[in-house]
Design a protein around this ligand. Structure first.
Ligand code: SAH
Ligand code: SF4
Ligand code: F3S
Length: 461
């Protein structure tokens, strides 16, 4: 894995002390670290920054957990199944710790920011040595030093809204696609959601810091820059203006971003996306439900009508403009009729992609106190119904691209032999025959067929 060594805001006496402690502990051998991030892109991006700090401390990275001296599990709290998966993993790691007493197991991120989770780890998983939440990345060197030198367990889930560290070394997993966090936290408190409780209030990076980072990435050959935030369009210094600034950077690259909140999706934002040729014509705009009463109970602060207005405005300006969304099925109190309103909305909008989830009760949120009569099994059936319907909608929507030439960033080898796969400017998955050498570069693809999840085509000059 390649990375560039740059100076880091966290570089300090702490790092020097940690590096010495690592050298003493592992003598001349280079210790290995395995890190896995669950959850959203924001969490993956945090994991990449942690990797940067770990490499600076003297570790090398490994993909093989069994060889690691340090295992870091970066967690997500958004739904119950994410939770249970992590506890399952921690149970398995006990065996590795029994084989290697020196193994350091660390759990960090959103899930452990919740006190009841940190307590459960403290009491039932004694083989876990280091636990820290989303506010403690800046203390990483100090915490790891303490674990190595004192052998004691360290827990740090204190909530603090510190400054955002700039110039952090980020070990990116791709050499052509890069995540750039532009803001952290969320102020919206949708009633079902744990994110504001585990990520704190909104903090935005400065325009200059973001522009500099993107310029550096483009210079290093990155082709796709994805701007990240829980709600990027509430970026404190103007999101549309930021897009316009980034669009002016010279180079052959494109920009994506996520997620946007429908309450702040203005015609101004749509105009910026359409006016800026480097900004892909796609908006991930999670609607959650197609029923106004449910949206109100979710505290989403928009109506179905306002949402449709945004979609219609974009499609009037650009017919191929694509939308993707998130849906929650079975919010407490939701009736089958209200669920059907969501299906009707999906038919109207014609999303290119729908990420749908059965509602999951999160301790500490407002919705957790609401009465919930529909069984999880029933909600699962509703979800299936929605997915089957959406498959047909997607196939119909994708049909409009047959015969057109789309710009695609080649990302990987495809499912069939000799095929490649990538996403188009409109965020549609495209498969086409081609040489693996094209991975990481832009191509034009003439579309020959639409399926219910992707397009097929041939490279065209
Ligand atoms: N900030 C983003 C979403 C972050 S969470 C936004 O507002 O769009 C990603 C998705 O997880 C949400 O859009 C929602 O659909 C889903 N989600 C969040 N909490 C959930 C819960 N308690 N149960 C089921 N799905 C949930
Ligand atoms: Fe959660 Fe709502 Fe914030 Fe998104 S906007 S992270 S769904 S509280
Ligand atoms: Fe999960 Fe935290 Fe992201 S809860 S979805 S990893 S912000």
């Amino acid at each position: 894995m390649e990375f560039k060594s740059i100076s880091c805001a966290f570089d300090s006496l702490d790092l020097k002390m940690l590096k010495d402690a690592v050298k003493t502990k592992y003598k001349d051998a280079t210790p290995l670290c395995y890190l896995h991030s669950y959850g959203c892109q924001q969490n993956v991006s945090d994991g990449e920054k942690l990797k940067g700090m770990i490499v600076k401390s003297g570790f090398s990275l490994t993909e093989n957990e069994a060889l690691a001296d340090l295992i870091v599990i970066n967690t997500c709290a958004v739904r119950e199944n994410a939770h249970e998966r992590v506890f399952g993993r921690l149970g398995e790691l006990k065996h590795l710790k029994e084989k290697n007493k020196d193994l350091i197991i660390c759990v960090c991120g959103c899930m452990v920011q919740q006190k009841h989770v940190a307590d459960r780890i403290k009491n039932t998983y004694p083989h876990v040595s280091l636990v820290f939440g989303t506010f403690a990345y800046g203390d990483f060197y100090k915490m790891l030093y303490e674990v190595i030198v004192s052998g004691k367990r360290v827990f740090n889930i204190e909530e603090k809204q510190g400054e955002i560290a700039e110039d952090v070394l980020q070990v990116r997993s791709s050499s052509f696609k890069a995540y750039v966090s532009i803001m952290y936290g969320c102020n919206n408190f949708c009633t079902y959601c744990i994110v504001p409780y585990v990520r704190g209030r909104e903090r935005s990076r400065s325009v200059d810091a973001i522009v500099d980072e993107v310029k550096g990435l483009v210079k290093d050959g990155y082709k796709e820059i994805t701007l990240l935030g829980q709600n990027v369009n509430s970026y404190a210094y103007g999101f549309s203006e930021l897009l316009r600034r980034l669009n002016d950077i010279e180079g052959d690259f494109w920009i994506r971003f996520m997620s946007s909140h429908p309450k702040d999706a203005t015609s101004n934002l749509i105009d910026a996306i359409i006016d800026c040729d480097k900004v892909c014509s796609h908006l991930h705009l999670p609607v959650q439900s197609g029923n106004n009463d449910i949206l109100k109970k979710m505290n989403r602060r928009y109506t179905v009508e306002k949402y449709l207005e945004t979609v219609e405005y974009a499609r009037r300006r650009c017919g191929d403009f694509s939308f993707s969304t998130d849906i929650i099925v079975g919010f407490p109190g939701e009736s089958y009729e209200q669920f059907c309103d969501t299906k009707a909305l999906l038919e109207k909008v014609k999303f290119d992609n729908v990420y749908s989830f059965v509602y999951s009760k999160r301790e500490g949120t407002k919705a957790a106190e609401l009465e919930d009569k529909v069984s999880v099994k029933q909600k699962g059936l509703w979800l299936r119904e929605l997915l089957l319907m959406q498959r047909e909608v997607t196939e119909k929507w994708l049909g409009r691209f047959v015969g057109k030439k789309l710009r695609v960033l080649t990302e990987d080898t495809g499912k069939q032999d000799g095929f490649l796969i990538g996403h188009s400017y409109e965020n549609i998955v495209v498969e086409f025959p081609g040489d693996e050498k094209l991975i990481g570069s832009f191509v034009y693809v003439k579309i020959t067929k639409a399926m219910n999840w992707a397009l097929l085509g041939e490279i065209s000059r």
